[in-house]
Design a protein. Structure first.
Ligand SMILES: NC(=O)C1=CN([C@@H]2O[C@H](COP(=O)(O)OP(=O)(O)OC[C@H]3O[C@@H](n4cnc5c(N)ncnc54)[C@H](OP(=O)(O)O)[C@@H]3O)[C@@H](O)[C@H]2O)C=CC1
Ligand SMILES: CC(C)(CO)C(=O)C(=O)O
Length: 298
């Protein structure tokens, strides 16, 4: 399969690099990373290890591919969609955190699949990506149900050795992941603690509250996600990733823009569309945005 990875930073470089062992992969990335991969190939180190030679470029438009993987941060999704609109792609799959697929679907003619990834990735230096944890890619139809395109993409991922599940319940999975991120990411970023510190703590109760609100909004969107399931998902992730510094905490520590708009901000906006108030998510989003506007982003 010819695969275009749009936004090859940490996750896109890892997944694109793993796919490049059997597929024709092009990474759309920034220099000097793109130049380094073009000249000397890509080293994957850590929990996975390989040396692969995908194509790499900073050119955003004019590509042709069977699949475009979107791995920019959520706040770059609109720009990625505009660039992909000037490419010839058969399908689009987002592996981003936050609800970004709707924006891709509204701007692109190609079918958009929903995806989540629990692989951990870190771009160590140009041309070198570390797999910090082997996880799983889950993908499927945005509206749920069986989908032959998702099956083809899932097979392409599995052929390259990626642990991949093709799911028929992506709406529920996306909202459950959103509930986890709305709770854990925002609370750990604001309190500057690793995920495990939320266990049995008042801050953990705040994360539960944000997750429960998210589940309520999911149900308003006709997605079946009981409060208990969202709360238990938070507890499970806190336990399994106790030593992690969440991606939002890492953004705050690096003084970079966070994905708050596509996580807590999306919960607030979608709730408002139903005339429903989500005070915990609204407060978390307001505090993170205040940090971003203030001394936050470098
Ligand atoms: N890293 C991880 O382990 C995981 C990440 N995720 C999710 O995946 C998404 C990506 O995360 P991550 O890989 O960590 O983020 P990164 O910032 O490392 O990667 C995104 C990359 O896309 C680049 N980019 C943005 N716009 C363009 C463009 N127009 N042309 C070329 N390159 C572009 C960025 O460059 P620049 O910064 O210069 O704009 C950056 O290098 C997020 O939604 C994250 O939540 C999910 C699971 C795990
Ligand atoms: C699951 C979790 C919370 C793991 O840290 C995550 O997705 C993130 O950090 O963005």
């Amino acid at each position: 399969m010819r695969i275009l990875v749009f936004g090859a930073g940490s996750l896109g470089t890892l997944v694109g690099g793993l796919l490049a062992s059997v597929h024709d992969v092009t990474l759309v990335a920034r220099d000097p990373h793109a130049a380094r991969v073009s000249a000397a190939g890509l080293d994957i180190v850590g929990a996975e290890s390989a040396h692969v030679s995908p194509a790499a470029t900073t050119t955003e438009t004019g590509h042709s591919a069977g699949l475009a993987l979107v791995t920019v941060k959520s706040f770059d999704t609109a720009a990625a969609a505009d660039a992909l609109a000037d490419c010839d792609v058969g399908a689009v799959l987002s592996l981003q955190n936050g609800l970004t697929e709707e924006m891709l679907a509204s701007r692109l003619d190609a079918p958009v699949l929903a995806g989540t990834a629990t692989y951990g990735a870190r771009l160590v230096e140009p041309g070198r990506v570390e797999c910090t944890g082997v996880g799983r890619v889950v993908l499927g139809a945005l509206d749920g149900g069986p989908d032959p395109l998702a099956e083809r993409v899932g097979k392409a991922f599995r052929d390259a050795g990626l642990d991949t599940l093709v799911a028929t319940d992506m709406p529920r999975r996306r909202w459950e992941k959103l509930a986890v991120n709305a709770g854990i990411n925002a609370v750990t970023a604001l309190s500057r603690v690793e995920n495990g510190a939320l266990a049995g703590d008042d801050a953990g109760e705040l994360a539960h509250r944000a997750a429960r609100e998210t589940a309520r909004v999911a149900r308003l969107e006709r997605v079946s996600l009981p409060n208990r399931v969202a709360r238990e998902a938070v507890d499970r992730v806190v336990e399994k990733t106790a030593a992690n510094r969440s991606s939002m905490l890492q953004d705050v520590e690096s003084e970079k823009q966070t994905e708050v708009d596509a996580i807590n901000g999306a919960v607030v906006d979608i709730a408002a569309g139903h005339g429903f108030e989500v005070p915990t998510n609204r407060t978390l989003a307001a505090l993170l945005r205040a940090w971003e506007r203030g001394e936050g982003i470098r």
